[in-house]
Design a protein around this ligand. Structure first.
Ligand code: CP3
Length: 344
């Protein structure tokens, strides 16, 4: 098992950790903006296997990351379930809302998503062929709670208010939606693995807004079920979970769900996370993405601090959230060189 990323996920401590970056294919790169223009818009890019594979490969060519993440979006699954998805430039995603039983009844079943998602599986197949042999291929999906927040509100929301409201006012409908998403996510990720993904990651971007028993029921339990089902079908498949902004609830998350690695946002300190989270296995993170905008000595110092804090256990270097469009591509090189020890 030679790939650095897979070694970290298997629990190996490495002097130089593997490195990749959330949203590494994105608007901060001129070559991404050019390919996106060629595709027409973001969704057309996601559903065009040749161009989606091309933008996935761009940051690998430019920087030599240890992993490539499939270029797609967490909202393609609701799109496949029938929640028409579109993006408003400068604002973000829009979907038809699920707030009443009739909306839910119109959704497709867990096994009826694959025709719609066939271009995504084709992108994975192209990447499995084209990636350099030392680079690991990561597939992904949104976690059910995070995807549900977009489906219920029909858009991104600052506090996930509409999803919390439906959970309080119509628990059976909310639970039915979570169940459909959990089952469909298992089928979706399983097909990505069949197509050649070597690792899968579950993005629970809004896990931090679930408190108390809700965190157990709607963040931990779906991740545990998805992990158990995928590992039963694909023995040995490594799984990364990102319960963003979980704070104290990062502790024990890997044990409770069975995932191989927990991705950390930058609201937790690396020293704290090494002591309380990395004790259970591999962690990923957690440089603030703002350093990719500001650069300089602070970037170098914070990068070294994170590498050092996690140096006694398995670690994958990454940002605490996705890189932003205003980032300077040179700062990414500075971060990578600092992690790999190539600069003073
Ligand atoms: O990490 C990667 O490079 C893989 C591709 C990927 C994208 N989105 C591409 C994308 C992944 C893993 C995602 C995950 C995703 N998508 C999440 C979870 C992670 C997170 O950021 O919290 C969420 C919540 C979404 C939903 C989504 N997609 C939103 C809210 C937006 C609009 C905000 C924005 O950044 O523009 C998107 C669009 C999106 N997804 C872009 C990219 C590269 C930008 C689209 C563009 O080119 O205009």
């Amino acid at each position: 098992m030679a790939k650095k990323l897979l070694r970290a996920l298997a629990g190996e401590t490495q002097a130089v950790p593997p490195i990749w970056m959330m949203r590494q294919a994105g608007r901060y790169l001129p070559e991404y903006r050019a390919t996106r223009a060629q595709a027409g818009d973001f969704l057309s890019l996601c559903y065009n296997p040749e161009l989606a594979a091309e933008v996935t490969l761009q940051p690998i060519r430019r920087y030599g990351f240890d992993a490539a993440i499939l270029f797609a979006d967490i909202l393609l699954l609701p799109d496949a379930l029938g929640a028409d998805l579109w993006f408003v430039t400068g604002e973000g995603p829009r979907l038809s809302t699920v707030t009443a039983q009739a909306d839910f009844d119109r959704l497709k079943g867990k096994d009826d998503i694959h025709d719609h998602l066939a271009p995504v599986y084709e992108t994975v197949r192209l990447l499995a062929r084209e990636l350099p042999e030392e680079v690991a291929l990561i597939g992904f999906a949104g976690a059910p709670w995070t995807v549900a927040t977009y489906m219920i509100a029909g858009r991104g929301t600052p506090d996930q208010g509409p999803a919390h409201a439906l959970k309080a006012e119509n628990r059976p409908l909310f639970d039915a939606l979570m169940e459909r998403l959990t089952e469909a996510t298992i089928e979706y990720l399983s097909q990505q693995v069949e197509a050649g993904a070597e690792v899968v990651k579950l993005f629970d971007s809004w896990a931090g807004s679930l408190s108390g028993a809700d965190f157990e029921t709607y963040a931990v339990e779906p991740a545990r079920r998805i992990t158990a089902a995928l590992k039963a079908r694909h023995p040995g498949l490594p799984i990364i979970a990102f319960p963003r902004e979980a704070g104290e609830k990062y502790v024990g998350f890997a044990r409770a769900t069975g995932v191989d690695c927990v991705a950390l946002d930058n609201s937790v300190s690396p020293e704290w996370a090494a002591e309380h989270v990395q004790v259970d296995g591999c962690v990923q993170g957690n440089l603030a993405s703002s350093h990719m905008v500001t650069g300089g000595a602070a970037l170098v110092e914070e990068t070294r601090r994170i590498v050092s804090a996690f140096s006694r256990g398995p670690h994958i270097f990454n940002l605490g959230h996705g890189i932003t469009p205003d980032a300077d591509p040179d700062n990414v090189s500075l971060m990578i060189d600092t992690v790999r020890g190539a600069r003073g």
